[in-house]
Design a protein. Sequence first.
Length: 337
Amino acid sequence: MTTQDMTTPTRGDVLLRATDVTKHYPLRADGFSRHRRTLRAVDGVSLEVRAGETLGIVGESGCGKSTLGRCLVRLTELTGGRVEFDGQDISGLSTRRLRPVRPGMQLVFQDPQASLNPRRRAGDIVAEPLLVHRYGDAAAVRRRVAELFDVVGLSAAHLDRYPHEFSGGQRQRIGIARALATGPKLIVADEPVSALDVSIQAQVLNLFADLQDEFALTYVFIAHDLGVVRHVSDRIAVMYLGEIVELAGTEELYEAPAHPYTQALLSAVPEIDDGSDASPRERIVLTGEVPSPVDRPTGCPFRTRCPYAREQCALERPRLTPTASGRSVACHFPLAG
Ligand SMILES: Nc1ncnc2c1ncn2[C@@H]1O[C@H](COP(=O)(O)OP(=O)(O)OP(=O)(O)O)[C@@H](O)[C@H]1O
Ligand SMILES: [Mg+2]
């Protein structure tokens, strides 16, 4: 298989569609409860990702971002719902039937140290997916690996080094080269710069942007940090307790968050004083603990921490609903339309 076998999707077409995706983990019964309990890591997520765009996914630790990312590329089985990739329903495919789909969708992990085999040389790590997917003979694989190293800003001298001999930023470049090896259309990047020094983060984010232009890539970019996703995302999905509570264009989301949770997250992002007269954002401090995904609140999952919660919020679960301006919000009393 070569990268040329893959057709480039037309920019703007839906490349990935998730419909009501759930991922539940059964918990072992403990001494306090005789019932089997369920952790709802992802609880009814629907979204579309269009070819060539970057969809950012943000939310606090434990809200289900990584689990959703793994569902989207079928690295884990779904409990319910459907994922279509490039026009094909991949949600129920067996390992064998997923095999031809795999080269088209790749995951880049948060911690390059942990996701790269420490006993293998960098060149072999990048060659592995090529060998698995029978890219070509040994010489073709070597050429392709050298090309990928060049593309991500590593040199031929790096091919024989082991992961520990690289800096954090360089290790993430190896992870990116490996993800690119099979010529994917979609890359799900799960906090790809969170483990890096701030000074290195910008370089790796720029690399992501350059690669997207060069290879017409589509990204799902996961981060807990709204500052990071803002720079890379065309649209942003905000997650809370396993569901999407707001999905909007990046500028729109930052200008006028509609969900109280989005507003709270944004007000926690430090603002740089750019000397303009714009009044600083009102600060909303999130109070209370994030509820457990095992004991979700009734009604709106955010109501226990929401400064605007009213009676209806405890009674009725708000659904993610499109508004007139094209964004979607799951709130009975959105702050913007
Ligand atoms: N294999 C598993 N078995 C049981 N529970 C799991 C498993 N994987 C994740 N969880 C739980 O699912 C929830 C969502 O986890 P997930 O890792 O998706 O969150 P996250 O948003 O990526 O968090 P972080 O920002 O810390 O990476 C958490 O409560 C987590 O403990
Ligand atoms: Mg995670």
